[in-house]
Design a protein around this ligand. Structure first.
Ligand SMILES: C[S@@+](CC[C@H](N)C(=O)[O-])C[C@H]1O[C@@H](n2cnc3c(N)ncnc32)[C@H](O)[C@@H]1O
Length: 190
């Protein structure tokens, strides 16, 4: 995949991505809803300002938790502010990560669903990304990966899938999401 694409999207784009207008063509309830139920522990990589995070926090309910891992403090700052305003701050935990570590070692084996939407192509070390996702998932855990079709070609997405498989994730479906190339994964059995 071209190196020039691998940088975090500018923080101010986060405002557009979190705009309610986006719901006209991408509905979080349809995209992530089928994989979430009450009480779940969800890890979201690259949440931006929370377009998917807040609806997911509603879906997991009071007993669930969303762990958000992002490399930009400004994204997390705005996400926290929105979560507070929506009364959902107690179920959303934000973590600032680096290019070499997610800082999620305390979550190993505890996550029911990992969500990575429009972020994988921005991550410099995809192998590390999928290894971290795999290690955080529990035995029945699943991962939803979706990449914007305008940025990621079909061949690049195939490469992404094979890197995910090397990390121990098994393709388990191709959800149809408007404007995205998507894949659902389960955990590979030893
Ligand atoms: C294009 S935005 C997508 C935001 C959100 N998922 C959405 O669909 O609205 C990409 C997000 O991934 C984050 N990001 C980029 N590189 C990252 C990395 N190496 N680790 C974690 N997050 C990263 C960016 O800061 C940004 O918040």
């Amino acid at each position: 995949m071209s190196e020039k694409k691998r940088h975090a999207c500018p923080w101010w784009i986060g405002y557009f991505l979190a705009s309610p207008l986006r719901r006209l063509y991408q509905k979080p309830e349809k995209i992530v809803g089928p994989y979430i139920s009450e009480g779940m522990r969800v890890m979201e990589i690259g949440p931006g300002m929370g377009f998917f995070t807040l609806p997911m926090a509603h879906m997991v309910g009071k007993k669930g938790r969303i762990y958000c891992v992002d490399i930009q403090q400004r994204m997390l700052y705005s996400l926290r502010r929105r979560a507070k305003k929506a009364g959902l701050a107690d179920r959303i935990e934000c973590r600032l990560c680096t290019d070499i570590s997610f800082g999620t070692s305390d979550l190993v084996g505890t996550i029911d669903l990992a969500v990575a939407i429009a972020v994988v192509h921005e991550v410099p070390d995809m192998r590390m990304l999928f290894r971290e996702i795999r290690s955080c998932l529990n035995e029945k855990g699943r991962a939803l990966v979706a990449e914007p079709a305008i940025w990621v070609t079909a061949n690049e997405f195939i490469e992404t899938l094979s890197i995910a498989a090397e990390a121990g994730l098994t393709p388990a479906g191709t959800p149809q999401i408007r404007g995205f190339r998507s894949a659902l994964f389960t955990v590979q059995r030893e």
